[in-house]
Design a protein around this ligand. Structure first.
Ligand code: G6P
Length: 438
């Protein structure tokens, strides 16, 4: 009998952990996890205890021999791991609130992944990811790293650009959320829908969409222009598209495109929520409080339905189906963040892209799409340049590079505004930016 699988989850105290545990429980037969190590830092100790105990109750209720370990010792946890997942937030939700509030104060959308907020989340996160990779190379050199930590595209890019480590896959729930949302619109089961994805993380397009193997793209495009249509994720409040726009684009957009193709409406909403003290970070802080109160209940032994109010819904499905396919060399098709290798002609071959891939035990093999529509190329390349320069800033702590990244971001109107936001954010996030201040 083969030994069970050892998983290490860094940021184990996250409120999303019950999602992941549920995913491992549901797929135990094809993916026998024998040890799940939940790792966190001192600031996350209380959350780790609460969510870790819920994880233990969930596994016990399922009657599975899956040992749950809770620890603050990352190196110890990593020894002999088969898969490492990362889902941490440097500086916790307070840092996210700054990422969203400071740009809004200067009349700019913060956007915690591809906007100015994303730059700062990247500056805080990338050095930590590089440390984790160093530890992995020492303690579990054969393990795969599956990263959910945002900005997931920038993090994957940083690893390709600044290390020789290649066993990383970046994962996001947006593609699966789009498939689920479209299945719902078409009133069919998710398993009957497939989308050909190509682009970048939070900047991905659906080049075609199939129901039982037959393209239904035109029908779906009409449906997406319905003003009642929501964005498919809970964290983005947006409405339907002008139908002529998406018909002309000939591709499906992702929820995050609302920030770039409906900038003034989204900016208005950002400023309103900033003024009311209801930015997404602030909303999530309240939600988290409620979730952790629920998690404390010793009688709770399942993932509570309230977790679906978070933007990361279905992420366990996406995560566990990916890990299971790598483990079992399934060679099925899933959208992930990996090296382009020529799959999308207009993006550099050695850059990270989000694209449909064949998932094998050697990792994802991107499916060549030729190119994304000409109308989308400029924006994708702009965001790719933003990601590349942001990763260089994160690794070097170079002020000019950070300023360049901030200024070229499509949501930032000028170099003058960029500098104001940059200086204020650097000061406010000082504690988590040692490369800029030491
Ligand atoms: C999404 C994104 C995730 C993001 C999440 C935020 O759907 O794909 O990358 O982390 O929403 O959700 P939250 O509930 O934290 O705002």
């Amino acid at each position: 009998m083969s030994k069970g699988v050892k998983i290490v989850t860094i940021g184990g105290g996250s409120s999303y952990t019950p999602e992941l545990v549920e995913g491992f429980i549901n797929r135990y037969e094809e993916f026998p996890v024998s040890e799940l190590w939940l790792v966190d830092v001192e600031a996350g100790r209380e959350k780790l205890d609460i969510v870790g105990n819920l994880a233990k109750r969930m596994v016990k209720k399922a009657g599975l021999p899956m040992a749950i370990h809770l620890t603050l010792d990352r190196k110890e946890a990593l020894k002999g791991a088969d898969f490492v997942t990362t889902q941490f937030r440097v500086g916790l939700l307070d840092a996210r609130a700054k990422d969203e509030r400071i740009p809004a104060k200067h009349g700019v959308i913060g956007q915690e992944t591809n906007g100015p907020g994303g730059l700062f989340k990247g500056l805080r996160t990338i050095p930590v990811i590089l440390d984790i990779i160093q530890d992995m190379e020492e303690h579990c050199p054969n393990a795969w790293l599956v990263n959910f930590t945002n900005p997931a595209g920038m993090v994957t890019e940083a690893v390709f650009r600044h290390t020789s480590f290649r066993k990383i896959v970046g994962l996001c729930n947006v593609p699966i959320g789009m498939e689920m949302g479209i299945a719902k619109l078409l009133e069919v089961d998710h398993s009957r829908i497939r989308i050909d994805f190509a682009g970048l993380n939070h900047m991905v397009y659906g080049l075609d969409v199939y129901q039982d193997g037959v393209s239904v793209k035109d029908k779906v495009i009409d449906m997406l222009s319905n003003p009642e249509h929501s964005s498919f994720v809970k964290n983005i409040d947006g409405q339907g598209w002008e139908v002529e726009f998406i018909r002309g684009l000939e591709a499906l957009t992702c929820p995050y495109h609302m920030y770039y193709y409906k900038t003034d409406e989204m900016l208005k909403k950002s400023i309103e929520s900033y003024e009311k003290g209801e930015t997404r970070a602030e909303v999530v802080m309240k939600l988290e409080k409620e979730l952790f109160e629920l998690y404390k209940d010793p009688d709770l032994a399942i993932k509570p339905p309230q977790l679906a109010e978070r933007g990361g819904a279905y992420y366990s499905d996406a995560a566990v189906r990916l890990i299971t396919s790598i483990y079992n060399d399934k060679r099925d098709i899933q959208p992930v963040n990996t090296m382009n290798n020529g799959a999308i002609a207009s993006v550099p071959s050695d850059s990270a892209v989000e694209v449909s891939c064949v998932i094998t035990k050697e990792g994802p093999i991107p499916i060549s799409v030729g190119d994304i529509p000409v109308a989308a190329r400029g924006l994708v390349q702009q965001i790719k340049s933003f990601e590349i320069i942001s990763t260089d800033a994160a690794v070097t702590g170079d002020y000019d590079k950070a300023m360049l990244a901030m200024t070229i971001n499509p949501l930032v109107p000028s170099d003058v505004v960029a500098k104001k936001i940059l200086d204020e954010m650097l000061e406010d996030h000082k504690e988590f930016l040692p490369r800029f201040f030491d």
